[in-house]
Write a protein that binds this ligand. Structure first.
Ligand code: HEC
Length: 113
């Protein structure tokens, strides 16, 4: 009986490990949300001249980190941008509505391409 309990305990610990790993990023959600980004950013070819920065080859940490920074430049209560640079505000508007998990999903999806 004791062994059985230990086995159960071990299995549920494994389940938690696997579960948390599987829930870390939702690739389909990332793909859906990132479709918004491709209006302005190139994600599969070299940047067009005059276009905004390409996201090709950027890592998960770069994209997630930038999204977090842009979001922080936006006051979510007053819905106003705290920066003077209109370009920064443009990205702030886009980053603002996303939850932390959504920003992670987007960054994960874009960094896997
Ligand atoms: C309406 C156009 C527009 C949309 C849509 C948009 N961006 Fe941006 N993005 C910009 C502009 C403009 C800048 C440059 C900001 C600056 O110069 O500071 C930028 C900058 C960035 C940067 C930092 C520059 C770099 O190459 O690392 C990242 C990362 C980024 N955007 C990711 C995203 C992601 C992810 C999405 C989708 C959730 C997105 N953007 C949607 C216009 C847009």
């Amino acid at each position: 009986m004791r062994g059985y309990k230990l086995l159960l305990c071990g299995l549920s610990a494994l389940g938690v490990l696997i579960g948390s790993e599987a829930q870390a990023y939702d690739l389909n959600n990332g793909r859906l949300l990132a479709s918004n980004c491709t209006q302005c950013h190139s994600t599969n070819v070299l940047p067009k001249s005059g276009g905004y920065d390409s996201l090709v080859g950027e890592s998960y940490n770069e994209i997630y980190g930038e999204l977090r920074e842009f979001k922080q430049k936006f006051n979510t209560v007053t819905k106003t941008c705290t920066e003077n640079d209109p370009k920064e505000c443009l990205m702030g508007v886009h980053a603002m509505p996303y939850t932390d998990q959504e920003m992670r999903d987007i960054a994960w999806y874009l960094s896997q391409r």
